[in-house]
Ligand binder design. Structure first.
Ligand code: HEC
Length: 596
């Protein structure tokens, strides 16, 4: 019932659900699997291999190519849906989304300046500690000015329904990816578009900017939902390298690859817990991992699986489907770097099948250099869960002891306390915020359950919080934002933030902080600035409306529920639109705010 993964299912699952069509994953099982699974006539082209093809090539095969007569019963719409599902992108999107044909294509593309010289929000968490706190100088925006924020420009993403990539601000430019599989680079001041880049599937990661290889002064690094990592020239969008970091057919990258000193630390998650909804699926074989790549070439330096053991056959279902385990432990979040302890921290997801080990639903610490697992503090034990168990009365492949699906969605936040000790703070889908001690192998310092109501399907705390010197701030999917004292986890305030009339509330997306201000994008489409000391609303703006855009694309905002807003150089950027699993409002707009 609860699932992080389906929020991440982006355009596929929620849209099928709304259209009440048979989901393409099920169509594949019914119409293709008998030939296209391992050990069948076309097993050279199993799911894994089909996933490497483009939507266009698959569509061509189904309509005019050699598959035309194999699948006579499929409607035209079903073929389109299947091609887009397997291919990972909308048909024809490359042309539709191309920046070169946009009316606001930047007239000139001046050489990039010095990365350190302009205010930035680079990557997911704003800093190595993933605090999501922008200091005063880089923010260029004070609590006094926040009530005077005004919309400066809006940019429409052609054909997009979800803006789940978080805008990065660097070099006076904005870099952002969307569900059509396109990454854009825009001018932060005017919104003119420098370039667009077609990845191979939806892009949900934040983009990281750093020194580039091969003559590129700077590169933009990001991942897609086919588990590809890309480096492109930050000035032009020209591809420098691409690597696929996991060929499991369900593997995906949602957490931003973390760039630090010529290495990219890439978190790998998967949607396999949703594939398990089909009783004939041999659940499950994916293991989450962190992969360190050489930023110059994409070459793999190390890979650490969250679950050390290779999955083995476990039991067979009554219908004879072989089940596998252990599996799961996806890493949905961008790693946190701790230079003092030479460690890399991630939050891990649940297990999909039994047996369940000690590293799922945990905060895990890896050695920055070798990737060796230093410790894992497991906050929920024995949590094996797949989509549809047990509601569908479909017990064949459900874990015997079904867990609650309490992943860690957001990145762990590292903060130093006034007494010199440090805490690693993680928000869990259960609604619990945990502070672990990085000097004591993750021993629990404090914990606080933020809501007494049971978490909704998507989880109570999903994409994580922010922390300044005093407090950590977390949004709740059932509504409201909470401030917790860093030293002991005690609640300082709760802002209920009632949703706009007739709309569902909730703050699933990541929180953002700057001195005196907390920003949160709501499921109701309202972006709010709160006073960090009291939670009082300083400013709000309804993004769930139509906008006139600088690129003349028809655009509207919708729910916000994955990344958070970003702030740098006196401007606030937010992408709006997220169907998600909770019937969110789709949207396709990037909004830029500044103070008059
Ligand atoms: C009766 C068996 C059968 C069925 C059913 C079937 N395929 Fe195929 N398919 C094949 C064979 C055989 C090949 C050639 C494989 C090879 O070259 O190794 C193939 C090739 C393909 C190719 C490669 C391009 C091409 O045209 O050769 C695609 C794409 C493809 N199939 C998609 C599908 C999809 C999607 C479905 C379900 C809607 C499907 N197939 C159903 C047997 C089948």
């Amino acid at each position: 019932m609860k699932l992080l993964c389906v929020i991440l299912g982006v355009m596929t699952i929620p849209v099928w659900a709304q259209a009440q069509q048979t989901p393409p994953a099920v169509v594949f099982e019914q119409a293709c699997a008998r030939c296209h699974e391992t050990g069948t006539t076309a097993s050279k082209l199993d799911r894994k291999a089909l996933r490497k093809m483009t939507s266009e090539a698959i569509y061509q095969s189904l309509t005019t190519g050699s598959m035309r007569d194999q699948v006579p019963d499929l409607s035209g719409d079903a073929k389109i849906a299947l091609a887009e599902y397997l291919g990972g992108k909308k048909l024809g999107i490359a042309e539709i989304a191309d920046a070169r044909s946009m009316p606001n294509h930047c007239a000139a593309n001046p050489p990039l300046g010095d990365l350190a010289a302009s205010p930035a929000w680079n990557g997911w968490g704003g800093d190595l500690s993933n605090t999501r706190f922008q200091p005063a100088k880089a923010a260029g925006l004070t609590a006094d000015q926040a009530p005077r924020l005004k919309l400066k420009w809006a940019f429409g993403f052609p054909s997009a329904t979800a803006v789940q990539g978080q805008p990065t601000i660097a070099l006076g430019r904005v870099f952002v990816g969307v569900d059509t599989g396109t990454v854009y680079s825009l001018d932060a001041a005017s919104g003119c578009v420098y370039w667009s880049f077609p990845a191979e599937a939806a892009v949900r990661t934040a983009v990281s900017i750093g020194p580039g290889p091969g003559g590129a002064k700077y590169a933009a690094y990001f991942g897609d939902l086919k588990a590809n990592v890309f480096a492109v020239d930050a000035a032009t969008g020209a591809q420098l390298w691409k690597v696929n970091v996991d060929d499991h057919p369900a593997a995906r990258i949602t957490g931003a690859p973390r760039l630090y000193e010529n290495r990219l630390y890439v978190p790998v998650a998967s949607l396999e817990e949703a594939m398990g909804v089909q009783p004939s699926y041999p659940c499950c074989t994916f293991r989450g991992s962190v992969v360190a790549l050489d930023a110059a070439t994409g070459r793999q330096i190390w890979r650490t699986y969250i679950i050390a053991d290779v999955p083995k056959p476990t039991r067979k279902t009554a219908k004879g489907t072989q089940l596998w385990g252990p599996s799961g432990g996806g890493v949905w979040n961008s790693p946190t770097v701790d230079l003092k302890r030479h460690a890399l921290y991630v939050g891990t997801g649940d297990a999909y099948s039994e047996p369940v080990g000690k590293t799922t639903d945990a905060i895990a610490a890896l050695d920055l250099n070798s990737g060796k697992l230093l410790w894992a503090a497991q906050d929920t034990e024995g949590d094996a869960w797949i989509v549809g168990c047990p509601e569908n009365n479909r017990p064949e492949n459900c874990p015997k002891a079904l867990g609650p699906d309490y992943d860690f969605g957001g990145s762990p936040i590292l903060r130093e306390l006034p007494n010199g000790k440090s805490v690693l703070i993680g928000g869990q889908k259960s609604g619990m915020v945990w502070a672990h001690d990085p000097d004591k192998k993750g021993a629990v310092v404090w914990k606080n359950l933020l809501a007494s109501t049971p978490p909704p399907a998507s989880g109570q705390i999903v994409w994580g919080g922010a922390a300044d010197d005093l407090n950590a701030y977390y949004g709740l999917a059932t509504g409201g934002v909470v401030a917790l004292q860093l030293t002991n986890g005690e609640r300082r305030w709760f802002a209920p933030l009632d949703p706009a009339a007739g709309l569902r509330g909730g703050h699933d997306g990541a929180i953002t902080a700057l001195p005196g201000v907390v920003l949160s994008g709501g499921w109701d489409g309202v972006l709010r600035a709160l006073a960090a000391s009291t939670g009082r609303v300083l400013w709000e703006f309804n993004t769930a409306q139509s906008f006139e855009t600088v690129n003349k694309v028809t655009a509207k905002g919708g729910s916000m529920g994955a990344p958070g807003p970003t702030v740098a150089g006196g401007m606030v950027f937010v992408g709006s639109g997220n169907p998600g699993v909770r019937n969110g409002m789709p949207g396709n707009v990037l909004l830029a705010f500044g103070v008059e």
